[in-house]
Design a protein around this ligand. Sequence first.
Ligand code: 5GP
Length: 210
Amino acid sequence: MTERGSLIVLSGFSGVGKGTVLRLMMSRYDHYAYSVSATTRQPRTGEVDGRDYFFKSTEEFESMIERGELLEYARYVDHYYGTPRAYVRQQMESGRDVILEIEVQGALNIRRMVQDAILIYMLPPDAATLAGRLRGRGTETDDVIRGRLKAAAGEARHISDYDYVIVNDDAERCATRLNGLIEAQRLRTARNVAFIKEIQEGLEREARDN
Ligand code: 5GP
């Protein structure tokens, strides 16, 4: 029997390195499935439809909402972002741990709907490191960077609604830690009811027959 996979929500400030850590973790282990979101924002250079996002028009997105095709959705900086429900269900049923890389409102909606979802917030080692990483990208103006840092300060108020924080001091180490954290969830007694029952019954049989 395949145990159902976990639903893992990963959030973190822009620039903290979620993408790099997830790519590393998923290249090492094959029991993860990354949920590709739908969005109404424009693709950035290099982004591929169906790999980075499913790029939708507002009408298309709204009809996905009406048809109940989204597990959660949120508006973020004037655009819709949402998680297609069917893929998540399918992958969890086949035993994979499904990762949603989503923002805070979506994470809190998942918390309400899926009680055993695991909410993880990725943090930089310190605030100066985050500011440095944003500047180091060299792709954004000072104004945009200031805006990102302000948004980060606002988001930081919700961190305690998450189950775990994980520090990205080094992407390799962080990927190892993240996988360990998720693996540990699989060891919870509540996730192993069938196995525990099998052991109990086996022991009772052994005691009776010997
Ligand atoms: P970006 O436009 O930079 O790719 O994403 C903006 C924010 O939207 C990020 O915080 C990202 O994690 C979040 N996001 C991406 N997909 C989803 C989704 O399906 N649902 C929600 N609620 N947020 C998402």
